[in-house]
Each structure stands twice: as structure tokens, then as C-alpha cells.
Design a protein around this ligand. Structure first.
Ligand code: PLP
Length: 354
């Protein structure tokens, strides 16, 4: 078994965390004079929230089959990424490893923390080059980010490749599962008992339809979660977010139905778009978006779409994504508008007028 504690920055190992009023007192009481709050009620919002959002975690624990002490909640997944870097990566000394084309936040978070980023490109079918990754890693490479399903390519990585990397990589492996609910492949959450160096990230921003509340989850060994809770700001998940998440967690069936609809719509979009000459290729999708290689200049098409008030993500300048647009699956009416625009561009051409 790997001992993850040896990879922790010394200042974090030694850190004595801030003990909030709500941390120190956990029993039953009805007179709260400990936190300098305003005593006049505002739907309970005059009180500080639960620093560990235990009620939310208890619901998640049942839903995902993971004990509460193996769940971290943050202000979006972005906070989980940042907290992990601050636990394991010594600025100007350590590095993280990413597999482009991938989610941009790993790089940004590393840049903010003054942590080097090493990159090993995915293979042309958007799978990890496992031997390349292991060759690139050295003793200062503390975190490996695997995004599966991957943004922007939309595919899942092969399970065998991911497990091989988690086993062989001498550091923390983060599997970012922001899109797992749209995927047919198994979640890495099931592997947690086997790998103490594994962190699985999920989010309320995509399938759960709650990007606005900013709530991200990380599942990992109790040792890693304890470190994350020690480093995070004391009240990082606010009371409104906790309330809204709880409400949503009571109705997981509703989310499953929406996800099924989005997957159905994704299949329809693939069939419709594939038939258009303006589309060169659609990559396999396990997410709520598709990566589409255009038969003409993608940036010109992107601009023409904007003129019609349709925004997609231009990925034309990204590694392995030449002339690609990333298109989110929307409501049927929105998807139709995009197909119609592509049909029109095909008929009229998209020559730039000067
Ligand atoms: C959208 C997305 C997230 C979500 O980030 P939040 O901060 O939770 O909104 C995480 N990872 C990837 C790869 C994403 O595409």
C-alpha cells in the first residue's frame, strides 16, 4: 500500500487548522453566544453553516456508497483542485502532470500556486499514453490529472489504462469525473478501497444542473480527505448551497430522467450532424457535449454562429483539436437551431465577407 503522507508538504503536515466556533462546539444547545453572530433570525442564515456540510455528505454517502469521512465538499471542483495542489505541491519545486487536450483549470491552478506543469499528449484516439506518462513522472511529480470522460474530447479513458496509472504512479492520481453521469463506463469511486492515492472528483455543475450553487465533491481515502478538510477555508460551502444541494439529493430520479433525455438528444444530434457535409467528424461522446471536427475553418463557423446568437466553444487552437468545435447538448429546440445554422452554412457557404 502506498503511504500518501510522505508526499504531503511539511508545512501542511505541521499545520494546526483554524478551529471555528462551530468546530469546537458540537453538542445540543439553544443559547448560541459563541460565534459573534447577529441573534435575529433570517431563515437560519444569521448562523454560520456547518463547516463540514455533514447533512449533504450523509445523503451523498448513501447515493455513492462512500463513507462520510471519505467525502470532501468544496466551492466547485475548482476548489478541490486548488486544495490538493496546496497540500502536495511545494511551489517552485514540485510539478503536476496533465494529459492535453484537457480541462484548463489544472494548468491555471498550478500557475497560481507556482507549481510546474508537465504534459504528455493523449494519443490520437484521446487515450492516455501510459508509458509516456510514467516516463515523464519523477519524484517531484506529485499529482497526475486524469479527466474521464475527458473535456474537450468527450470520451472516457479505458479502465485498464486508468487503473494501471493509479497503480504505477508514485503520487496522487485525480480522476475528474465531472461528466460521469452521462457515461456508460464505471465510476472510479468503486476503486477507492484498492488505492489510497486515488482522488475522484465529481460536481453538481453538470448532470445535477446546479452550476450556480458552486458545489464540487472529492472522494478519497480518509487520510487525504482529512488533509483537504484541514486546508480548506472553514466555511467554504455556504448555507444556501448546502440547502439547495440537500433538496436536489432528495430527488435523484429527476436528475436520472434529465440525463437520459440529454443522452437521447446527444444521439439524435450525432446522427443529424454526421449527415451534413460541413461536419468532417464527430468523436465518440460519453458526456453532455460533443467534439465536432468541421470540414471548413472552425473559427469562421464559430463567428458565423455568434452572428446568429448561438455560442459554442471554439477548440480549434487546442492540441489534437484542429478545426473542432465543442458543442453542449441543450434543449431540443436549441439543438435544432444549431443544426439549422449548419445546414444554412452548407448551402450558402461561409466565405468571409470583407
Ligand atoms: C465543468 C467541469 C468541472 C466542474 O467544475 P466546477 O468548479 O465544479 O463547476 C470540473 N472538471 C471538468 C473537466 C469540467 O469540465
Amino acid at each position: 500500500m502506498k503511504n500518501i503522507l510522505k508526499w504531503v508538504r511539511p508545512n501542511i503536515s505541521k499545520l494546526k487548522p483554524y478551529a471555528s466556533a462551530r468546530d469546537e462546539f458540537k453538542g445540543e444547545a439553544n443559547v448560541f453566544l459563541d460565534a459573534n453572530e447577529n441573534p435575529f433570525d433570517r431563515d437560519g442564515l444569521n448562523r454560520y453553516p456547518d463547516p463540514l456540510a455533514i447533512a449533504v455528505k450523509e445523503k451523498l454517502a448513501i447515493l455513492r456508497g462512500v463513507p462520510v469521512e471519505q467525502i470532501f465538499l468544496g466551492n466547485g471542483s475548482d476548489e478541490a483542485i486548488d486544495v490538493l495542489m496546496r497540500i502536495f505541491c511545494e511551489p517552485k519545486k514540485d510539478a503536476v502532470l496533465v494529459l492535453p487536450p484537457t480541462y484548463g483549470m489544472y494548468q491555471v491552478s498550478a500557475d497560481i500556486n507556482n507549481v510546474a506543469v508537465r504534459a504528455v499528449c493523449l494519443t490520437p484516439d484521446f487515450q492516455p499514453d501510459t508509458e509516456g506518462v510514467l516516463e515523464m513522472a519523477d519524484k517531484n511529480t506529485k499529482i497526475l490529472f486524469l479527466c474521464s470522460p475527458n473535456n474537450p474530447s468527450a470520451n472516457s479513458f479505458e479502465v485498464a489504462k486508468m487503473r494501471y496509472l493509479i497503480e504505477k504512479f508514485e503520487g496522487i492520481v485525480v480522476v475528474d469525473e465531472a461528466y460521469i453521469d452521462f457515461s456508460a463506463s464505471e465510476s472510479a469511486v468503486q476503486w477507492l478501497t484498492a488505492y489510497p492515492n486515488l482522488v475522484v472528483m465529481q460536481t453538481f455543475s453538470k448532470a445535477w444542473g446546479l452550476a450556480g450553487i458552486r458545489l464540487g465533491m472529492a472522494f478519497a481515502s480518509p487520510e487525504i480527505i482529512a488533509l483537504m478538510n484541514k486546508v480548506k477555508p472553514p466555511y467554504n460551502v455556504n448555507a444556501l448551497t448546502q440547502q439547495r444541494a440537500l433538496k436536489s439529493l432528495e430527488k435523484p430520479k429527476k436528475i436520472q430522467k434529465e440525463v437520459a433525455k440529454i443522452i437521447e438528444e446527444r444521439q439524435k444530434m450525432i446522427l443529424k450532424l454526421q449527415a451534413l457535409p460541413i461536419v468532417a467528424h464527430i468523436y465518440p461522446s460519453d458526456a453532455n457535449f460533443i467534439l465536432v471536427k468541421m470540414a471548413q475553418n472552425a473559427t469562421d463557423i464559430y463567428k458565423k454562429l455568434l452572428e446568429k446568437g448561438i455560442v459554442v466553444r471554439n477548440r480549434a487552437t487546442v492540441t489534437l483539436c484542429g478545426d473542432c468545435l465543442r458543442i453542449t447538448i441543450g434543449k431540443p429546440k436549441e439543438n435544432k437551431a444549431l443544426v439549422l445554422a449548419f445546414v444554412e452554412f452548407g448551402e450558402k457557404g461561409i466565405e468571409k465577407e470583407d
